[in-house]
Design a binder for this molecule. Structure first.
Ligand SMILES: [Zn+2]
Length: 199
């Protein structure tokens, strides 16, 4: 991309690494950023830096947090008998928005996908097993995405946990197959939790 001056080229290059941002969009965003007033543009840069340096993964549930343990894990008023297993921190946000679920979470950071070479040891599963040694946990609600990887992960966890006597349930499929939990609307997600079935 020799048409651009070096700093502009670098900005376009970095932006194009973001999901859903192709070369054209990256160029449009870069020109937009350069047209912003300096204060605004630097606030954007600063917010990326600040979020990146202050956010980490909760040592208990794996959720993104600026304090460890995260505010959810530190909340004693929640139902200690329930852990909802999700694929990503964005899914925790989706679940929290419906304000119905009052248990805890466990974030896997992915799903089992043999096709992509992602096995059980590649996701945040070991720490979930450790958490189940706490006698208060009675039910695991598996809320992985309703696609092949999400289903495979749910089945794997169910088989792994069931012998321990802990109930393992799967959220109902109000969520379209192949869909993303993160993008489900709140009513659909609420129905999906209410209609969960035991695995
Ligand atoms: Zn946590």
């Amino acid at each position: 991309m020799k048409y651009y001056a070096k700093p502009l080229n670098r900005l376009i290059n970095e932006l194009s690494k973001l999901p859903g941002i192709g070369g054209k969009t990256a160029q449009r965003l870069a020109f937009h950023i350069l047209s912003m007033d300096e204060k605004e543009a630097l606030a954007l840069a600063d917010s990326i830096k600040d979020a990146k340096t202050s956010m980490r993964y909760c040592s208990i549930c794996g959720n993104l947090t600026d304090v460890d343990p995260c505010v959810i894990c530190s909340d004693d008023s929640r139902d200690k008998s329930l852990i909802c297993v999700v694929e990503s921190p964005a899914d925790v946000v989706a679940m929290e928005k419906i304000r119905e679920y009052r248990g805890y979470y466990h974030v896997l950071h992915g799903a089992i996908s043999p096709m992509d070479g992602v096995g059980p040891e590649d996701i945040n599963l070991k720490s979930l097993i450790t958490r189940l040694h706490d006698d208060e946990v009675r039910e695991l609600i598996i809320a992985t995405n309703p696609n092949i990887e999400g289903e495979a992960t749910a089945m794997y966890i169910a088989r792994l946990i069931k012998p321990s006597g802990i109930k393992v349930s799967r959220i109902a499929h109000g969520i379209p197959v192949g869909g993303d939990l993160e993008y489900a609307d709140e009513v659909t997600l609420l129905k999906a939790i209410e209609g969960r079935r035991e695995l």
